[in-house]
Design a protein. Structure first.
Length: 181
């Protein structure tokens, strides 16, 4: 089945993790390809990158120490098209990526991805809230930002950008503390 490629490399500062690829993104061959998705505007406004990126230039995130993947690689029209078994089957391959590439921060985009990872990888119903989580994936810190999907009307572009700015500060603090150690 066609899906989106992972943009991964060793030593990433941040790995953004979507729930799964949307059909329009897979058709376009790029992450967050819907013009209504707020990922790219929020990323660009947050200062996490020093150039304006778009879905068409998604592979350039790697130049900024940022990676892209999805918890579930199976595309669907929306999150309602996913099943518990999709999440259960996806946890091991996803965790293998974290083992192999060791990002400093794993940033889940949306409560559904974060909660389901915690549920099936950690075998517990971990309460998740936006921001830095109290648990890690191996050595990677875990951060939860709102989903930028247009289906997530609870958060505005400004809200999502604000969470990305908090993520940027966390990344900078981790780099600073790493240099001091």
């Amino acid at each position: 089945m066609k899906t989106l490629p992972d943009y991964l490399q060793p030593g990433l500062d941040i790995l953004f993790v979507g729930i799964n690829p949307g059909l329009s993104s897979v058709k376009a061959g790029h992450y967050f390809a819907s013009p209504r998705n707020r990922f790219w505007p929020a990323l660009n406004e947050s200062g996490l990158v020093n150039e304006d990126l778009t879905a068409q230039t998604d592979e350039r995130v790697l130049r900024h120490g940022i990676g892209l993947t999805d918890l579930v690689k199976r595309p669907s029209r929306g999150v309602s098209g996913l099943t518990a078994s999709d999440f259960r089957r996806s946890v091991a391959p996803f965790t293998d990526k974290i083992v192999r590439f060791g990002p400093a921060i794993v940033c889940f985009l949306g409560v559904v991805a974060c909660r389901n990872y915690a549920r099936y990888a950690r075998a517990e119903r971990t309460k998740v809230t936006l921001g830095l989580q109290c648990w890690r994936i191996l050595e990677s810190r875990v951060f939860l930002a709102p989903s930028p999907s247009p289906a997530n009307a609870a958060y505005s572009l400004e809200d999502i950008t604000g969470w990305f700015i908090r993520l940027k500060r966390l990344s900078e603090d981790l780099k600073k503390s790493g240099k001091e150690s």
